[in-house]
Design a protein around this ligand. Structure first.
Ligand code: BES
Ligand code: MN
Ligand code: ZN
Length: 494
């Protein structure tokens, strides 16, 4: 959960109200703004003295706390580094450092000098709000004795602040927090049914949204043999969740967002080794990304049509589980040899992608999946792997990536790779040559199910959990990756 829930903006002077804790941004040139100068005078030049003594240098991420008087009890000087390097991402991580720091002091309220963090500028204001919320994120749902753990809940921003962008940042920060929560819940709580209920709750409260859910029992007769094959081994009922959001013109084709929602991936009969198998509760993080965007859209109501689609099940071994060698038929008619039951995400997505593609004829499809361990070998935790079939859609993804600072790196999806998933007994097989280009052959597999529709696949297996930097990333658990990137992309389309 994000702990910070209230942000108040005011043009008043700091001294007009009581402050327990006030944060001031100062660049490396150590120039004080007019508000800071009058505060310095009021406090017998404590600020300038600290800077003269070089106790505070203004360098990036350096902080110094001073004690003030009764009206302003604590003042924290926050180093912003060089002014020309102060990007919106710096604003985001600076804000996260601030809420982290405030939370360590057990205060329930604090304030910041908005002018000094450049919050009159739209991109900085949005990023700063995102950072404040993400920096305050903790997942304590299952820890007892949380009563005396005081967290910052309310903050006041002084000065000139772009309120609209700030509010958008608050929604996005909350939505990323929601995606993190979904990722962090364990598989015995967060089941496909749980995800479906959360999606339904959001859709119910949004007049422009239609919610539909298909139960695993229906998959076979719907022609979704690939999804069925994965779901058949699990006791927990599988779900395909579809939400139509009609924010744009009636005739406008929608953009489809598709998420892999494996609430637990044991590997099935091709069972995974035990070490770190617990992390496979995160195998639904693609669906968490879709859910995070769904929540943001329900609040921000962009004027665009969107289809949100999630394929959710467990992947389990057992007497009903599918076997290596089984042949299944996907929704678009293609037959698949299941040579490894642990390559299950692509089987689920095969049916959801072809269903969405046929039913909605979307203008573009983006899918999000913790699809391959191989992407961790290639890119580590720093970037999501992306690949697709359309140069211009890929450009949009890269632009949104640059603006949101959520890194992506394109891998080639040349036709040659398709020959590596050609089946022996069926049209295609669900794995390529062991150890060779595992992320790309998974992408080549998905490509078989999107027809000619422009499509980009995000392999988030390295970024959905694990990254600890920048400071707005969580200390443990799910990151809520790509929620901000996707919202940025949607906005760029309007
Ligand atoms: N969910 C996993 C991918 C994964 C592995 C994500 C490790 C994060 C960390 C996926 O379903 C999977 O098991 N993929 C296999 C594919 C292989 C059998 C071709 C993999 O990557 O090992
Ligand atoms: Mn797997
Ligand atoms: Zn998986």
């Amino acid at each position: 959960m994000v702990t910070l829930t209230e942000i108040i903006t005011t043009k008043k002077a700091y001294t007009d109200s009581e402050n327990d804790l006030l944060y001031l941004g100062i660049f490396q040139d150590k120039k004080l703004n007019p508000r800071q100068r009058s505060l310095d005078a009021l406090l017998e030049n404590k600020l300038s003295k600290a800077m003269e003594l070089e106790d505070f240098t203004g360098k990036k991420d350096k902080q110094l706390m001073l004690y003030g008087d009764d009206s302003i009890k604590r003042i924290v000087l926050v180093g912003l580094g060089q002014q020309k390097k102060y990007t919106s991402d710096r604003a985001r991580s600076t804000a996260a450092n601030i809420t982290n720091h405030a939370n360590s002091l057990n205060v329930s309220e604090f304030s910041v000098d908005g002018d000094s963090f450049n919050l009159g500028k739209s991109s900085s204001a949005q990023a700063f709000a995102e950072g404040l919320l993400l920096g305050s994120y903790e997942f304590n749902d299952y820890k007892s004795n949380q009563e005396d753990n005081v967290k910052a809940e309310s903050m006041t921003m002084f000065g000139n602040v772009d309120k609209k962008s700030l509010d958008k940042g608050l929604v996005l920060g909350t939505s990323v927090g929601f995606a993190r929560d979904l990722g962090n819940h364990p598989a015995n709580i967060l089941t496909p049914t749980y995800i479906a209920r959360e999606a339904e709750k959001i859709a119910e409260n949004s007049p422009k949204m239609n919610y539909q859910v298909f139960d695993g029992k229906e998959f076979k007769k719907m022609g979704m043999g690939a999804f069925h094959g994965v779901a058949q081994g699990a006791k927990e009922p599988a779900k395909m969740i579809i939400i139509e959001y009609n924010g744009g013109r009636k005739t406008q084709k929608p953009i489809a967002l598709v998420g892999k929602g494996l609430t637990f991936d044991s590997g099935g009969i091709s069972i995974k080794p035990s070490p770190k198998m617990d992390e496979m509760k995160f195998d639904m993080c693609g669906s968490a990304t879709v859910m995070g965007v769904l929540q943001a859209v329900s609040h921000l109501k962009p004027r665009i049509n969107i289809i949100f689609a999630i394929g959710s099940t467990e992947n389990m071994p057992g007497g009903n589980a599918q076997r290596p060698g089984d042949i299944v038929t996907a929704y678009n008619g293609k037959t698949i040899e299941v040579l490894n039951t642990d390559a299950e995400g692509r089987l689920v997505l095969a049916d959801v992608l072809s269903y969405v593609n046929k039913k909605y004829e979307p203008a573009a499809i983006l899918d999000f999946a913790t699809l391959t361990g191989a992407v961790l070998i290639a890119l580590g935790n720093r970037a999501s792997g992306v690949m697709g079939n359309d140069v211009s859609l890929m450009k949009e993804v890269k632009k949104a990536s640059e603006l949101s600072f959520e890194k992506v790196w394109e891998l080639p999806l040349w036709e040659e790779y398709t020959s590596e998933i050609k089946g022996k007994y069926a049209d295609i097989k669900n794995i390529g040559e062991p150890r060779l280009a595992g992320t790309i052959t998974a992408g080549a597999f998905l490509k078989e199910f999107v027809g000619d529709t422009p499509w980009v696949h995000f392999d988030i297996a390295g970024t959905a959990w694990g990254p600890k930097e920048p400071s707005y990333q969580p200390k443990v658990g799910a990151t809520g990756v790509a929620v901000r990137l996707v919202y940025q992309l949607l906005e760029n389309r309007i």
